[in-house]
Design a protein around this ligand. Structure first.
Ligand code: ARG
Ligand code: ZN
Length: 854
């Protein structure tokens, strides 16, 4: 039993007793071991406190205080800490020195200092620095670092500016005080792509992107993205870069997407390396976004950091909001909003509806790594967006600028953030603050009435219970539009703030009852209950000026009718097929939007829709229903499908910009449907064979796999790309996700035996196992439980090496309660076995115990 994992609580936060004036760290990296020698200049006002340093699995060699050797026996050493008793310190300012020995080569947690394809690198957020040396490893202790690296590798990097470099060593000095989680070090044989950026104030910044030799020409898109992000942050947020050099290093083994270490970002190589042959349009957009995200952290995260890890949303929510605005600026804003809304619904709503639900600012955790969630990131960004909507654009800018001025160089809280807005805008934001503290999604009921030419909408927030107590109402911004029956807009984007239990809005002088388009742009992360007829939805679906609401209406119509098809075998009405054809034939619509509007619901989306009114769902029924619907749709609309497909040609040289991306996306969507009318899948095969870019090549392969027609192409693709790891990841994930449900567990099991299935590489592991568990609904939930057994055996295996990876995989069981009893039992049995595993990690323990207790 694992009773001794300790809960960390926000309300128990205490400021540190000791601060650090500066520190000097020497790394001697040798192939068999690494010795880290640290000199820390401490300062304290509390003369009777012991100094407790964080440190995990370190081999402590010696300790000195004020230059004097201290016998280690006099210190208290535990698995996670080193205590220097007060009597050994006894003064306000003192110097602590120590040496620790670590072994990066055997460190498979990918936290702290580790080794990945011949490169030494670090990941310290949130608590990896304590795996390198003893330190106050908490975000509210900021200091300046001087680092000397001694190693045989030619490229030796750390944060800040290069001070000196010679054979076998390099010295770096970072002038900006920072917490330990922003520390970084890289040593290896690397090549680089180099360029520069001239800041607004005329300073020249050197830009370098490092990779394994031979890959530097794959960094060009990343470099351009970086330059655009730097310019955007100057123009929109008046933020200029603050060092003479900005470096990025691409690493093959990385647990997350990337990390914003000061002046030395470290990236998962899949978010750096790209050209049209090996990367898809989605990859390009991700690279652009993540490069921007990490760069934007330089101000929102690094210059202003977080007081404690409960405040994670302060840097992540705000930085996601900033990267979203950047992407909207350089691509199509409406389409980007749609993608954000879809991702929010599929990940954050999903999380919020299950046992892992937590507030954007959580109040307790066992393992902070489990809180890098879509709630903290994506819902966190939604809160910033709502704040801007409520206070207005100019107030938002003024407040953010004031926040930069006030908190630069410090570790702040959500209270500091909202407090600044209150002072600048003179608004009372105490009610808005509830958004940060309350988990779950509020429900808003909409009722309408029409009499004597006056139309009234009444919004009611259904009262939520917060730990059994009736909760205060939230402040919910609701953007509304009104359409006539013919779809003409008669009211555009009216902002209504629902800040009591209910509120009404009326408009007079109307000759007939209008159609309401509510919550435009998903103006708040809430669920709406509003009884609109299919006829009204059709009008919104075809005519709304708000792209998000058009899409929501289209999806609602599909889903209502798929439900009837599945549950009572009621045929899908013509109107649905006609709507599809009309959209397909619509002129003057952006093709990226058109592609979204022509998307049919996935099995997972259907399942979530059915959950609203049905219990104990059998996924097999859904898979069959989804296939049947798509098949009917394809047959009924085949003419418009073919016409539209034939009209899509992208000429000119490849570009991953919005226009071309939209065409390729639409083309693949149509091609998938066309396969239902041509069982030989000729068109898909042809695209596979003639594709001149990865988007179409892997896109066609996915379609062929899904339609059980790809044996030869799967082998062909492998032979062509065998030596490109990032492309082989796509090969694994295409099979994991698109292999038809009945044969998927076997196919995945078989692939785990493949010579290129390197389970210790997170990209490869996630491509196959996580891809299967998150995106192959029918395969994962096969009746006999083969999918569960497979996934759980991999949780057990990875947990001993890389707990972050194991916990992420374990969270795929979070919604077990929506399935039939039989499946629930099988899952419970598997999860209980895992919970009883010897040495289960804190990460996996926290996730599984929450799921089982639900
Ligand atoms: N701060 C990084 C980012 O958002 C992510 C770090 C992920 N760390 C983790 N433990 N999951 O860019
Ligand atoms: Zn981030």
């Amino acid at each position: 039993m694992q009773a001794n994992f300790k809960k960390i609580k926000l309300k128990e936060y205490k400021p540190p007793d000791f601060s650090i004036n500066s520190c000097e760290i020497l790394f001697k990296i040798k192939s068999e071991k690494t010795v880290v020698t640290t000199k820390i200049y401490f300062f304290t006002k509390s003369s009777e406190k012991d100094l407790v340093l964080d440190g995990t699995n370190l081999d402590l060699k010696w300790v000195k205080v004020n230059g004097e050797d201290i016998t280690i026996d006099l210190l208290k050493l535990t698995e996670n800490s080193l205590t220097i008793p007060n009597y050994l310190i006894n003064q306000e300012a003192f110097i602590f020195e120590c040496a620790t020995e670590i072994d990066p080569k055997t460190n498979r947690t990918l936290e702290g200092l580790y080794y990945s394809s011949n490169i030494y690198c670090t990941q310290c957020e949130p608590e990896g620095f304590r795996k390198i040396t003893y330190f106050l490893d908490r975000p509210d202790v900021l200091t300046r670092y001087k680092v000397r690296i001694e190693a045989a590798d030619p490229v030796l990097l750390s944060n800040g500016n290069l001070v000196s470099k010679g054979e076998g060593y390099a010295e770096w000095s970072d002038p900006w005080p920072k917490p330990s989680y922003l520390f970084a070090l890289v040593a290896g044989n690397l090549e680089k792509l180099e360029d520069h950026f001239i800041t607004q104030s005329g300073r020249k910044v050197k830009l370098q992107i490092f990779t394994k030799p031979g890959k530097e020409n794959l960094c060009e898109f990343a470099m351009t993205s970086l330059q655009r992000a730097m310019r955007w942050d100057e123009i929109v947020y008046s933020r200029e870069y603050d060092l003479d050099i900005f470096m990025i290093v691409a690493i093959d083994d990385f647990n997350s997407g990337a990390m914003e270490n000061k002046g030395l970002n470290i990236f998962n190589s899949k978010y750096i390396l790209a050209d049209k042959n090996m990367a898809t349009d989605v990859d390009f957009e991700n690279i652009e976004r993540i490069i921007a995200h990490e760069y934007f952290h330089n101000w929102t995260g690094n210059r202003i950091t977080c007081r404690d890890w409960f405040q994670l949303c302060l840097k992540e929510g705000l930085t996601v909001y900033r990267d979203q605005a950047f992407t909207a600026f350089i691509r199509n804003a409406q389409l980007e909003r749609i993608k954000i809304v879809k991702a929010l619904q599929s990940k954050q709503f999903h999380e919020d509806d299950g046992p892992l639900s937590h507030p954007v600012r959580p109040e307790e955790y066992l393992e902070i790594n489990n809180f890098y969630t879509s709630t903290v990131y994506e819902k966190g960004a939604e809160l910033v967006r709502m704040l801007e909507l409520i206070v207005g654009k100019s107030n938002y800018q003024a407040s953010v600028q004031d926040f930069f001025n006030r908190f630069d160089g410090s570790a702040a809280t959500v209270e500091d953030w909202l407090g600044t807005f209150e002072e600048v805008t003179k608004l009372d934001l105490r009610q808005f603050f509830l958004w940060y503290k309350r988990r779950g999604r509020p429900e808003v009921r909409v009722q309408e009435s029409y009499a004597k030419n006056v139309y009234t909408l009444k919004f009611t927030q259904l009262s939520q219970k917060n730990d059994g107590v009736e909760a205060d109402p939230l402040q919910i911004p609701i953007v509304v539009g009104l359409l006539t029956n013919e779809g003409k807009e008669i009211l555009k984007d009216k902002l209504i703030i629902l800040d009591k239990l209910d509120i009404s809005f009326s408009m007079g002088g109307l000759n007939s009852k209008p159609i309401a388009s509510v919550l435009r742009g998903l103006s708040a992360p809430v669920s709406i209950t509003f009884d609109q007829t299919e006829l009204e939805l059709l009008t919104i679906a075809k005519h709304d000026t708000d792209a998000v609401n058009r899409l929501m209406a289209i999806e609602e119509l599909y889903l209502r009718n798929i439900e009837k098809l599945i549950m009572v075998k009621q045929p899908v009405p013509n109107a649905i097929f006609e709507m599809f054809s009309e959209i397909a034939e619509e002129d003057e619509i952006d093709l990226g939007l058109k592609s979204q509007f022509l998307k049919t619901p996935s099995a997972v989306e259907i399942m979530k829709f059915l959950c609203r009114s049905h219990k104990n769902i059998d996924p097999d029924v859904i898979i069959r229903g989804a296939r049947k619907f798509r098949n009917q749709l394809a047959h009924r609309t085949v003419e418009s499908l073919k016409n539209l497909y034939g009209s899509l040609t992208s000429n000119g040289t490849y570009d991953a910009d919005h226009e071309q991306t939209a065409i390729r996306d639409l083309k693949l969507r149509l091609l998938d449907l066309l396969c239902y009318v041509d069982p030989s899948n000729m068109a898909a095969r042809e695209l596979f064979n003639t594709a001149s870019n990865m988007t179409e090549e892997i896109g066609a392969l996915r379609i062929l796999i899904r339609h059980k027609n790809a044996t030869q192409e799967v082998a062909q693709f492998y032979a062509k790309w065998e030596n490109n790891e990032l492309v082989i990841d796509k090969w694994f994930s295409a099979q994991a996700i698109y292999t038809p449900a009945e044969i998927a567990p076997k196919a995945v099991q078989f692939l785990t035996k493949h010579k290129n299935f390197n389970w210790q590489n997170p990209n490869r592991f996630n491509s196959l196992i996580l891809g299967f568990a998150t995106s192959n609904l029918g395969g994962f939930h096969q009746k006999e439980g083969e999918g569960y057994d497979l996934v759980c055996s991999w949780i057990a295996k990875t947990d001993s090496q890389n707990p972050q990876l194991a916990a992420r995989l374990a969270s795929t069981f979070e919604r077990l309660r929506i399935f039939d009893k039989d499946r629930q039992k099988k899952i419970e049995r598997n999860l209980s076995d895992l919970l009883n595993m010897n040495n289960i990690s804190r990460n996996t323990f926290e996730i599984i115990s929450k799921i089982l207790n639900s």
